[in-house]
Design a protein around this ligand. Structure first.
Ligand SMILES: Cc1cc2nc3c(=O)[nH]c(=O)nc-3n(C[C@H](O)[C@H](O)[C@H](O)COP(=O)(O)OP(=O)(O)OC[C@H]3O[C@@H](n4cnc5c(N)ncnc54)[C@H](O)[C@@H]3O)c2cc1C
Length: 580
């Protein structure tokens, strides 16, 4: 079975030494969120997750069961969810006026990383609840907020995100579910949604489905979508769950992994719903939820990277096999095993800075008193969202495969729990907008938004921080070269978008990886700088060696990727579908 020990030292290093999370206390409402308080809460969450959630992971791999329209979640999930919500973790970052804990979003991401390492399948139940909260908070009426937000903040009720239909996956504009207005102001929903996570279970007293549907007179495509609340149980006059609404679970999916998370087909037959926000503004309302959910999925990826990495390191430190040139006999002494472990460390630790920094920008964009700072932070959130989502989740699959490699044949055998990481991780590249869609978002939207201001901010910041002092020269020069190549490729992309859009789209995924690796280079620069003054010599050495590995073995990929992106695609696109 895979073991999990929360990487508290790493977490505190990123929060305090790299990101200066102490500045959160200067934001209105967060004066008490000092580094000590945050670190205490992280430790408390770590204990709970290590002791109570991680041990459920292997068992929950047996999956959910479906019986007579009801879903039974894995053994242990229901009592753990009760404990988790009663301890206030579900509404950690939600406003206190609605019963949340009012703590920084950044802290929420740290806890989410640990939950995702401990048991990634469990994550979706509280995480989609938080996303549903955010969508209603942003666009709901005062009455809807009063009814739903306190129940979602405490996790008493859970939330879902109902978009996908058989014909509407990436192409959300193809949604067919209909919402017919009724005389009493409510709506009658008719349709079928597939792949709905947490769509049915008995862990909460009610389930709030946040549904994308089409009004009868709406225009086609994304411009004709609206959002609705459809509760599993209708509310009685005292506000408590009463009669069952006619949204039902028809079946659950049998999946490659993530078995503890139920994935439901839901039918809406004469189901009662309430519109959220203005008619035909559904895609905007859904994007409030989706953007936050994309960061959440990236953090799920980070959690799986950490799980794969720490198990592979432990195993390689313990298993004796052959004699290395150094004379050592454990796997970790063999250069090729070391290559894999350093790849895992460099990607995981670099990705953690990217993910937490994005969380910090969310806090700044929401709470900073200065509008210009809020705007700049929002630019960073916009730029980073597809990077976090796609890079951290692709990395999870890559590192899970490397972990199996480090374990050798034993990694392929179920009892070690390492193959589960690979099975659980793959979905992260697919839901909340596939990673291909993330690449399109980066290239088509984020490079062009505000006349290219978002990538310009990145290049300016990194250039300004590249130092000229000897101890960091090993990373400064290669990073500068990567920035120059990426910047030139960004200009090429912006031009291609105007004149050769297929070239731009073809190169999107490689461009996203090049961008993320350059961002990680910037993160390794900052970590190397902080390590120079770190009190623990062993920790500082580990950071320095991992940074050197990153510079020598991973950062050079940026140049190869940029070269690939700039290749023409005309002949590749000229091959007809039939001749493939
Ligand atoms: C376990 C699980 C849980 C899920 N949970 C939820 C949930 O809670 N709520 C919900 O609404 N949905 C959920 N989904 C659905 C998920 O979000 C979709 O599966 C995903 O958006 C992709 O849609 P699709 O499967 O139809 O693939 P398709 O859209 O058919 O895509 C197939 C491939 O084509 C590519 N592609 C498609 N269109 C384009 C394009 N325009 N440009 C470039 N490439 C393109 C994609 O990147 C992908 O590689 C879940 C799915 C699974 C499997």
């Amino acid at each position: 079975m895979a073991r999990y020990q929360a990487p508290l030292r790493e977490i505190n290093f990123v929060l305090n030494d790299i990101l200066d999370a102490g500045r959160l206390t200067r934001l209105p409402g967060f004066s008490e969120a000092t580094p000590d308080v945050l670190s205490g809460l992280v430790e408390e969450a770590a204990r709970l997750l290590e002791e109570q959630l991680a041990p459920l992971s292997a068992k929950s791999d047996a999956g959910c069961t479906f019986q007579d329209g009801e879903v039974i979640v894995p053994e242990g999930f229901k009592p753990f969810y009760k404990l988790y919500r009663e301890s206030g973790w579900v509404g950690l970052a939600q406003k206190t006026e609605y019963g949340g804990q009012g703590l920084p979003y950044t802290l929420g991401k740290v806890v989410e990383e640990m939950v995702s390492s401990a048991n990634v399948a469990f994550t979706l139940y509280p995480a989609l609840t938080a996303s549903c909260f955010e969508a209603i908070e942003a666009n709901g009426s005062e009455e809807q907020k009063k009814i739903y937000l306190p129940r979602l903040a405490t996790g008493e009720w859970t939330g879902t995100m109902c978009m996908t239909e058989p014909q509407a996956g990436s192409d959300i504009g193809a949604v067919k579910t209909r919402a017919y207005p009724q005389a009493d102001g409510r709506y009658r929903l008719e349709g079928t949604k597939i792949f709905i996570s947490s769509g049915e279970h008995q862990m909460a007293d009610n389930i709030v489905h946040f549904v994308l549907a089409r009004l009868p007179d709406s225009p086609p495509g994304v411009k004709g979508l609206s959002t609705f609340i459809v509760p599993k149980f209708l509310l009685s006059t005292d506000g408590l769950p009463g009669a069952r609404n006619t949204v039902r679970c028809l079946s659950i999916e049998h999946k490659m992994g993530l078995h503890g998370s139920c994935t439901c087909t839901l039918t809406f037959e004469n189901a009662k719903g309430w519109r959220v926000g203005e008619p035909n503004q559904g895609i905007h309302n859904m994007f409030v939820m989706m953007n936050m959910a994309r960061i959440m999925v990236g953090v799920q990826g980070l959690g799986q990277c950490e799980l794969a990495t720490q198990n592979a390191i432990r195993y390689a430190q313990e298993r004796r096999q052959g004699k290395a040139a150094s004379g050592g006999e454990t796997l970790i002494e063999h250069p090729d095993v070391r290559r894999m472990l350093l790849t895992m460390k460099a990607m995981t630790e670099g990705a953690r800075v990217l993910a937490y920094e994005t969380g910090l920008y969310v806090d700044l964009s929401r709470h900073h008193p200065d509008a210009a700072v809020r705007q700049e932070a929002q630019d960073w959130v916009d730029l980073n969202t597809p990077l976090v989502k796609a890079f951290c989740t692709d990395a999870a699959v890559e590192l899970a495969a490397l972990a199996i490699q480090v374990y050798g044949g034993h990694g392929y055998i179920r009892e070690h729990g390492i193959e589960q990481i690979l099975r659980d991780s793959k979905i992260l590249c697919l839901y909340e907008g596939t990673n291909g869609i993330q690449a399109m978002d980066l290239v088509r939207r984020k490079l062009t938004q505000h006349e290219g201001r978002l990538p310009r901010r990145f290049f300016e910041r990194v250039r300004n921080e590249i130092p000229d002092d000897a101890p960091l020269r090993f990373i400064a020069q290669p990073l500068l070269k990567a920035v120059e190549d990426l910047e030139a490729t960004t200009l090429w992309m912006q031009d291609a978008l105007r004149t050769r859009s297929e070239d731009a789209a073809f190169g999107g995924a490689d461009f996203l990886r090049a961008f993320a690796l350059t961002y990680l280079g910037y993160n390794w620069l900052r970590m190397s700088r902080a390590a120079l003054r770190h009190a623990d010599a062993g920790f500082a050495k580990s950071k320095r060696v991992t940074a050197e590995f990153f510079v020598q073995r991973l950062l050079p990929q940026v140049h190869a990727l940029c070269g690939t992106v700039r290749n023409p695609t005309q002949s590749l696109m000229s091959l007809s579908a039939a001749n493939f």
